[in-house]
Design a protein around this ligand. Structure first.
Ligand SMILES: C[S@@+](CC[C@H](N)C(=O)[O-])C[C@H]1O[C@@H](n2cnc3c(N)ncnc32)[C@H](O)[C@@H]1O
Length: 215
């Protein structure tokens, strides 16, 4: 492992806004960590946490938690949040599979999934972050009607997710198959992640879905 990565891992353990092993905050994130009653928004597969940080800057009346398993990526978002003194941000270095251990039912208001690995091979479908297994996990922690946003460059994942939403009797609010050539692009949808910038550089099309599930 590179010296830079080792240094980042060491720093991560000392960051007050990063959690890597289970803490007693389930059901108590607002009261015991954020010290407010504001809605909590998750960014899953957050990488460097661009959405977490940018949304936290725009929406001080909400709390944001970025989740990813890769510490060296998450380090950047956590560091920025500390530098910008963003008290409405936290990061979890955990597998997304474990979110129900971290959040109580109804604790989460909204979820963003930003450029998840598509896992296109049939044998890997269970790993897709919009497979029925993961959608069911999100429903465990989301408030009734809580919205899920997906940004992806991958047409197959875009189509697959719409099929899964329909199969689970969800409500599709928006399906944009070319975000940057639509009239829907705005201050939030134009936030760009590291992977998104790379996709745009090679001319890929960015897609966006917003959906929810009935209580
Ligand atoms: C393609 S990257 C996208 C990162 C970032 N959202 C971006 O757009 O730049 C996908 C990320 O998902 C994370 N990831 C994939 N499966 C995960 C899981 N089950 N639990 C936690 N993180 C996961 C990876 O570590 C990786 O950082």
């Amino acid at each position: 492992m590179s010296k830079k990565k080792l240094k980042r891992f060491a720093e991560l353990t000392a960051f007050p806004n990063v959690f890597q092993s289970l803490v007693d905050l389930r059901g108590k994130w607002c009261s015991d960590y954020f010290h407010n009653d504001n809605p909590i928004v998750l960014e899953l597969a957050c990488g460097r946490g661009e959405y977490t940080v940018a949304l936290a800057q725009r929406f001080g009346e909400k709390n944001f938690i970025g989740i990813d398993i890769k510490g060296a990526r998450l380090w950047r978002g956590a560091k920025e949040a500390l530098e910008f003194k963003l008290a409405n941000v936290a990061f979890l270095r955990i597998p997304i599979e474990s979110i129900a251990n971290w959040f109580a039912p109804d604790e989460i208001a909204e979820i963003w999934i930003t450029f998840p690995d598509p896992f296109l091979r049939e044998g890997k479908a269970r790993k897709r972050l919009t497979s029925p297994r993961f959608l069911s996990l999100y429903r465990q922690v989301l408030k009734p009607g809580g919205v899920i946003h997906l940004k992806t460059d991958e047409p197959n994942l875009f189509a697959y997710t719409q099929e899964m939403v329909a199969a689970e009797e969800g409500v599709l609010h928006e399906a944009i198959d070319d975000l940057y050539h639509s009239d829907k692009i705005d201050d939030v949808l134009s936030i760009q992640t590291n992977y998104e910038r790379k996709h745009l550089e090679v001319g890929r099309t960015i897609r966006y879905l917003r959906f929810s599930f009935l209580p």
